[in-house]
Design a protein around this ligand. Structure first.
Ligand code: B12
Length: 299
């Protein structure tokens, strides 16, 4: 559904309202629309999603927007939601996992909150299942792949950042194959208007230092879920911190392996336990930017 548009009739069906209402919302400027050469309105899907979130509307036919069937979860506690997500991830039920994720997102829950409070704990629980021999390795890896697809899909629905929005880049160091946290940081920061881009996993520190010099972001994040040796991590953080200072960037660190004892030994500008902390830090550095309406849906 990336960058795609739908007709006013499809939007009406998706929202369970009349086509006249959709046209009125377009005319009022509430729903973004473009015109075909023939003069018909076309609605970017990202704009419809934003409208649903802002107006707290119900999406009666999410499939028309390329979304899975949403599961009504009102009133269910976080523990219950987490176990539904865990079961869906373990059982390769992508529709259920996506329905839950997008159901919460469309109801207005910030992406960072969904990822911190639902997805990350579900993976923690999957890890425990694996450790107890209750989950096969293939099931765990399949869950990571499925989650990766859902995160890509979620990214498409986030507003595109403005071209002059502050930039953040990040990833993991060599020996750290954990890809979900750095992907999630990208989403959490993009949601608050940053031009955030994850560079993926397994970087030698020297290449991230090159990126600092060439790309000149305001923030470099490092997610640490695993490392080759403590000594290497300490050395890598020292060189990245120095490179960050030279280029005027902040080094933001986090991840399940960054214990308090380890943090005492490494150089960094800020540490966060979760995505919310990353968002708060980014917003303190730079007040929230408005996403570019014109660039809507084209990134
Ligand atoms: C999926 C997974 C893997 C996959 C990862 C694939 C991939 N592409 O990412 C693979 C197959 C690589 C893997 C391998 C291994 N794994 Co593993 N894995 C997991 C699992 C189930 C989920 C990890 C995950 O992605 N979680 C989701 C993320 C989003 O959650 P999170 O890491 O907590 O991140 C949050 C915060 O930490 C924070 N955060 C993270 N980074 C940053 C950065 C910044 C800047 C900020 C502000 C915040 C922040 O925000 C996030 C969102 O809230 C965990 C279970 C667990 N407890 O996490 C086990 C787990 C980590 N693995 C474990 C083990 C044992 C292994 C292996 C040794 C298994 C083996 N024998 O081969 C290897 C080691 C690989 C290595 N080189 O280190 C153990 C580690 C035990 C320990 N003592 O540390 C765990 C805990 C499972 C368990 N319960 O036993 N694993």
């Amino acid at each position: 559904m990336h960058g795609s548009v739908i007709t006013t009739r499809q939007a009406a069906q998706a929202l369970g309202v009349s086509e006249a209402s959709v046209k009125r919302w377009c005319d009022q400027g509430l729903l973004a629309a473009v015109r075909t050469p023939g003069g018909h309105r076309r609605l970017p899907v990202t704009g419809v999603v934003r409208f649903v979130r802002e107006q707290r509307l119900e999406l009666v036919r999410p499939g028309l927007l390329g979304l899975p069937g949403l599961t009504a979860r009102a009133g269910q506690g976080p523990e219950r939601l987490r176990s539904v997500m865990q079961a869906a991830l373990a059982g390769a039920d992508e529709n259920e996992a996506g329905g839950l994720l997008f159901g919460l997102y469309l109801a207005g829950t910030p992406a960072a909150e969904i990822l911190d409070d639902l997805i990350a704990p579900a993976f923690r629980a999957l890890g425990d299942q694996w450790a107890h021999g209750e989950l096969a390795v293939y099931e765990e890896r399949r869950a990571v792949e499925m989650c990766t697809r859902l995160l890509h899909q979620l990214r498409m629905f986030l507003p595109s950042p403005a071209p002059d929005a502050p930039q953040a880049i990040g990833g993991t160091l060599a020996g750290d194959p954990y890809s979900l946290p750095t992907m999630m940081l990208e989403l959490a920061l993009r949601e608050v208007g940053w031009r955030a881009e994850s560079y993926g996993c397994g970087h030698p520190a020297a290449t991230l230092a090159d990126a600092l010099r060439n790309v000149r972001p305001r923030v470099l994040w490092l997610s640490v879920s695993s490392f080759e040796s403590e000594q290497q991590l300490v050395a890598d953080c020292a060189s990245l911190y120095a490179a960050a200072q030279e280029s005027g960037a902040a080094l933001l660190v986090g991840g399940r392996m960054l214990t308090a004892e380890l943090r005492e030994r490494i150089d960094y500008s800020a540490h966060g336990d979760n995505l919310r902390h990353a968002v708060t830090f980014a917003q303190a550095l730079q007040p929230p930017c408005r996403p570019a309406a014109a660039a809507e849906g084209d990134q």
